[in-house]
Ligand binder design. Sequence first.
Ligand code: GTP
Ligand code: MG
Length: 585
Amino acid sequence: MAARGVGLLTRLPLHSQRRSRVQRSISSRHLSCPGTVAANFGSEEQPSGGAETGSEDKIPKKRFSEVQEERREQAQRTVLIHCPNNINEKKFLKYLSQHGPINNHFFYESFGLYAVVEFCQKDGVNSLQNGTHIPKQSTEPAIPFKSRFLNLKLKNSSNQIPEELHAQTNNQSPPSSKKLFELLNYAENIDDQLNTLLKAFQLTEENVRLRHLTCSLVEDIAAAYFPGCVVRPFGSSVNTFGKLGCDLDMFLDLDEIGKLDVHKNAGNFSTEFQMKTVPSERIATQKILSVIGECLDNFGPGCVGVQKILNARCPLVRFSHQASGFQCDLTTNNSIALKSSELLYIYGSLDTRVRALVFSVRCWARAHSLTSSIPGSWITNFSLTVMVIFFLQRRSPPILPTLDSLKSLADAQDRCILDGHNCTFVRDLYKIKPSGNTETLELLLKEFFEYFGNFAFNKNSINIRQGREQNKPDSSPLYIQNPFETSLNISKNVSQSQLQKFVDLARDSAWILEQEDKGQPSLSSKKPWGLATLLLPPGAVNTPLSKKKKKPVSEKVKGLLASIKSSTADSSKGTHGKNTISTQA
Ligand code: GTP
Ligand code: MG
């Protein structure tokens, strides 16, 4: 199969447009296009499993593979267009509709104005590409690579367009600290705060589409070398735990190529491809990623800052996709990580409390610099998510089932062995019985901090396969068993001092929640309360020396605490606006 795509090379200078400070309201229009999966876009029911974008009221029941297939197909019918700033939305749609009916579209800003346009059929994309020309040679020569990332030019740019006809943009960024602080203060109780934080940070429908489109554009480039390959997103972009601004993990799946083979067995002969061989799987991976890295660097429109990190344990190509604003990590041979994403998707979809708790814990960890976007000896978001899952398996009654029990519900079609590891678990969400546990999020958050503030990390490991603590097989400070490659520790990188910091902060946070007047906000006060207090930077809240072992709070101590609290309230009056909540991934 030939590389898909007809189009032109676009060069967008990094500095060309500053991000607009004024956030305009969301504009995600859709034109009716019966028969397509996305026809319901914007309606209450998410077309492809709401868990990706998340509504805490609805539990999606679609299988992970179904959701991914729908999203992939949708992305293949979609183009990304860099537009002039003062574009008239109506005329824009009329112009594009010449090529075929449009299912939906939205605009967003990221150093310029961009439109994501989904046609009802792939023919629409083909027609648009056929009508697109290679740009005339300007000062810098361009490499004529044709993709689905286009530039829209205004033939007559002098026409002034009234403000109300300008395209409205969709926000792709998480809320500012100040905004989040306000949102949390307005919440009714701590449960409401956790759900508010989830809503504010979870990936939006548009952001999910843009992630799948970015993978699809990279796939077009990779397919020039490996026709039939698939580039699949994994990690937090698809596992229901993605925060706005999180990276885009993708992997090049070359196994699909073999599946295209048509075996004609008639006659006495069969044919196979002549192929080069290399000494090891790792070398093959490095060679493939090296060449794809070169392609992205040389021909990938909008792909900048390409780094080939081929000597890592898991070799990867890292780059920025300028137009979408995503930091991308491309790997290959990573089907176990995709399976982990599917497992997390199931856990995130089983109970509405799971994602709310994970988002709060992740924001809390980020606010206190327990996590970082730079690799190091700190705990990762993936490990934190597994810790929350483990904690929820330990409740009575359990809120989440163990991986072993998910395996016991699996049928023959669910069976999955990857690189000799048994990755089998039930994939049909309807087969998993909902939990009878009715604990509130407030209680769960407090108990999470208590539980891990007092966990015997020195001797026990965390194991979501069995849902119970086990003796640590080695002396790593934090041992979280890899769910599938069971001899590996996913938190091997975590140092003793980082673990101690986590434990101290967890104890402090449990203490703070205990002191909150049973979660009742004082509506008259602008002082942070509940979850907001936990997200304040260290030093902004008075906490006990976390090294001291926590004891039941006596009446005398309670009085003392109350006086400290009121003096904190006084001293913070008029200064709360200076408090920042740093929660960005
Ligand atoms: P954020 O990017 O921080 O939002 O979360 P993430 O879950 O996407 O984490 P990350 O980008 O670091 O890794 C992407 C995926 O790779 C994870 O979701 C896991 O499936 C997998 N992964 C990450 N770290 C490990 C690890 O230490 N061991 C294993 N087995 N898989 C990992
Ligand atoms: Mg990630």
